[in-house]
Design a protein around this ligand. Structure first.
Ligand SMILES: Nc1ncnc2c1ncn2[C@@H]1O[C@H](COP(=O)(O)OP(=O)(O)OP(=O)(O)O)[C@@H](O)[C@H]1O
Ligand SMILES: [Mg+2]
Ligand SMILES: [Zn+2]
Length: 511
């Protein structure tokens, strides 16, 4: 007696289909599982055996062999318990072979036969649809995330018994349904914070507006209490809403990380703000069972590193590669996996350990001390911030001003227009924002006339810029021009972009 069920395994952020074959033959009673298994799948053998018994299935003493294929991919996690149990029960005749042919099955079993929640259901169901399956059986607690995938029916089950009953009467059961359109179009309740609450700080607000428009990385430097954290926390309120495709892409990552909870989709742009004690693995991803890190959870949104020098130096240095590639590659024993990491990096810091340098009325730090503090941020990492801006302490008068500050909504509308300019320009290309331009693209899309050329050349020599910094000035100038709705990059745009480079020269260049 032989049967074949189907399941899937996560690879990076996509699912790969795995077939689960069960063979039952006469001979010494034995239960064996083969096909490149890690210890967890071996444990599955015990769980399945006990769950079958506790669900009331009395299997005759036979030789049972289960094979998971293809053999050359690592099969991790606990999603195979349920398909293995189903394949065995089908081989014993409890389920019609016909009924499991076009069904993908995912789920962990507990010893009493209940089906437990697993990670990664959304990308697995997505892969099932791509592979042409007509339905999926998933844990009840994951049914909502599976049901957002259109073109395939998702059924949530809470026990092995329920799964068997369902498979024997599949036409009599209704699949789980999530109204994606409604979920997506639900008016996002206004954020609980707003840019209008921040008094003054016009230059920082302007720099943030530019950064969000082109998804440029931004570093804010300034004394304690100047509002850096407050400003950063308000960045999500000016980001454009997610498109459905973006939402799917982010939701897949959250599904794999097990962070989708009961939300079927992530419909808001991520804002991740990890504490400075975070480990390297938690930041960039990885681990024994690989999981996306904070940089992938911030994909298409913001990664905010508050108090940047407090982070372990080696930890933040690891960001250099993903910042460049917009994805992260994790090497494993016999495979590499890639997670998307197209985030906007926002960081804040004080210029010295007391926080008040160069204000000598308040700061007594010696120059070597300041140097050591600033030295925690390496030059190559610093180069990756397209925009560096000083947040000054605001004075009492500014705080008392009666005039109304601009709301997030007004800023968001301008950003939306600048994004439109970019979408139009890069149509049919794999580029969405100016910050994604490659050197070749920069030559094409950031053309300068002679006056602008001369200005930039002057800055390049005077500020002793790296080639990377030079390119980044051009990208920021492109975004500033887009906010101005101007196709041409003018000297005004170049000058402003150069300003955002001169602040890091002021601190890191001077000492
Ligand atoms: N520009 C501002 N407008 C209104 N309130 C402000 C402003 N700046 C600071 N505050 C108030 O001061 C508090 C502290 O600001 P915040 O924590 O953002 O400062 P910070 O620059 O991050 O300081 P630190 O360097 O110590 O982290 C805020 O919660 C807010 O109440
Ligand atoms: Mg702060
Ligand atoms: Zn100091």
């Amino acid at each position: 007696m032989f049967s074949k069920a189907y399941s899937a395994v996560i690879n990076g952020i996509n699912g790969l289909i795995v077939s689960v074959e069960a063979d039952v033959s006469d001979g010494l009673p034995l239960f064996d599982m083969v096909g490149l298994l890690n210890s967890e799948v071996k444990e599955a053998r015990e769980r399945v055996r006990i769950a079958l018994k506790n669900s009331g299935y009395k299997l005759p003493p036979k030789r049972i062999t289960v094979n998971l294929s293809p053999a050359d991919i690592r099969k991790e996690g606990t999603v195979f318990d349920l398909p293995v149990a189903i394949a065995i029960l089908t081989a014993f005749g409890y389920i019609l072979e016909e009924n499991i042919k076009t069904t993908l099955i995912i789920g962990e079993l507990s010893l009493n036969g209940r089906v437990q929640k697993v990670n990664g259901v959304l990308p697995l169901v997505y892969a099932a649809r791509q592979a042409g399956f007509s339905r999926c059986i998933v844990p009840k607690d994951n049914a909502r995330e599976g049901a957002v995938v259109s073109g395939i029916m998702t059924y949530g089950v809470s026990s092995l018994k329920e799964a068997v009953e369902l498979l024997n009467d599949i036409d009599g059961k209704q699949p789980d349904i999530v109204d994606v359109a409604r979920l997506f179009n639900e008016p996002i309740s206004e954020h609980d914070v707003d840019f209008s609450e921040v008094a003054g700080q016009y230059t920082v607000k302007r720099a943030i507006e530019i950064a969000v428009s082109g998804m440029h990385n931004i570093l804010m430097i300034g004394p304690p209490g100047s509002g850096k954290t407050m400003l950063a926390r308000r960045i999500p309120t000016i980001m454009p809403e997610l498109s459905f495709e973006e939402s799917m892409e982010i939701s897949k990552i959250y599904s794999i990380a097990g962070l989708l909870d009961n939300r079927a989709l992530i419909t808001r742009r991520p804002f991740r703000s990890p504490h400075h004690s975070i480990t390297c693995t938690a930041l960039v991803g990885g681990g024994i069972i690989p999981k996306p890190g904070e940089i992938s959870l911030a994909h298409l949104g913001v990664l905010f590193l508050d108090e940047l020098p407090e982070f372990n130096k080696n930890t933040i240095e690891v960001l250099r590669q993903p910042l460049e590639e917009k994805s992260v590659t994790i090497s494993r024993l016999n495979a590499t996996i890639r997670y998307p990491a197209g985030f906007m990096l926002v960081a804040s810091m004080n210029p010295c350990s007391c926080g008040y340098f160069p204000d000598r009325n308040k700061c007594n730090c010696s120059i070597p001390m300041v140097k050591r503090y600033l030295g925690k941020i390496s030059k190559p990492l610093l180069d990756r911030f397209d925009i560096c801006i000083e947040a000054m302490q605001i004075d009492y008068k500014e705080l008392q001003k009666k005039s109304k500050n601009e709301t997030s909504k007004v800023i968001r509308e301008r950003i939306y227009r600048a994004r439109q300019m970019q979408t139009e320009r890069y149509r049919n290309q794999d580029i969405w924002f100016n910050s994604q331009l490659t050197p070749g693209n920069i030559r094409k899309y950031c053309k300068l006339e002679s006056k602008e050329q001369a200005l930039l050349e002057q800055a390049f020599t005077r500020m002793n810029l790296s080639v990377r910094a030079y390119h980044r000035i051009l990208m920021v100038a492109r975004t500033i021009a887009d906010l101005d709705m101007s196709d041409r990059i003018t000297t005004k745009h170049i000058s402003e972009a150069v300003c955002y480079r001169s602040i890091d020269c002021k601190y890191w260049g001077e000492i």
